[in-house]
Design a protein around this ligand. Sequence first.
Ligand SMILES: Cc1cc2nc3c(=O)[nH]c(=O)nc-3n(C[C@H](O)[C@H](O)[C@H](O)COP(=O)(O)O)c2cc1C
Length: 165
Amino acid sequence: MKVLVATGSKYGSTREIGNAIAGELSQLGFDVDCMDASDVLGIHFYDAVIVGSAVYGGLWRRDASALVSDNADELRRRDVWLFSVGMSGVKAPRQETNEPRELTSLVKAHEHHTFDGALDYDRLNVGEKAIIRALNPPKGDFRDFAAIRDWARGVATELRAVAAL
Ligand SMILES: Cc1cc2nc3c(=O)[nH]c(=O)nc-3n(C[C@H](O)[C@H](O)[C@H](O)COP(=O)(O)O)c2cc1C
């Protein structure tokens, strides 16, 4: 079964989560392509698609949200999982739009999961630093790779169940 894992990531923490999910699925015997959402040429090669994005200002990265919305018809005919990566201490007013929930319902994804991300203050640009200074969230790497691999194993179990139908 061919699976695509695609991510929208600015500073790499979401990309590494995608890599971990792809690695776990490969070990479990799936044929997995893992790439940045902006590099995806089409999704018709895949039986299942997992799309993840970092959340900035309450929204997904544009490359990841565009991958989902531009391919919504094809995605609805496939098994899809979505995940967001964010920091619970960073709340933006636009977060109320709940884009991940809208994308989940648009493509009838099996699930939308949220993982804790990573915030390296020194790498942010001036505008981002100003936002983070104002919100003062906990800084550091809060990614739980054991939980991420667990989630990937859950996806694998569901995929096998779907394939057996
Ligand atoms: C300027 C800025 C805005 C952010 N806005 C949000 C947000 O609205 N919601 C959230 O959960 N996390 C927010 N975050 C946290 C990021 O989503 C988190 O650091 C994520 O791991 C970054 O992923 P990346 O390394 O793949 O770019 C924000 C971080 C920055 C620097």
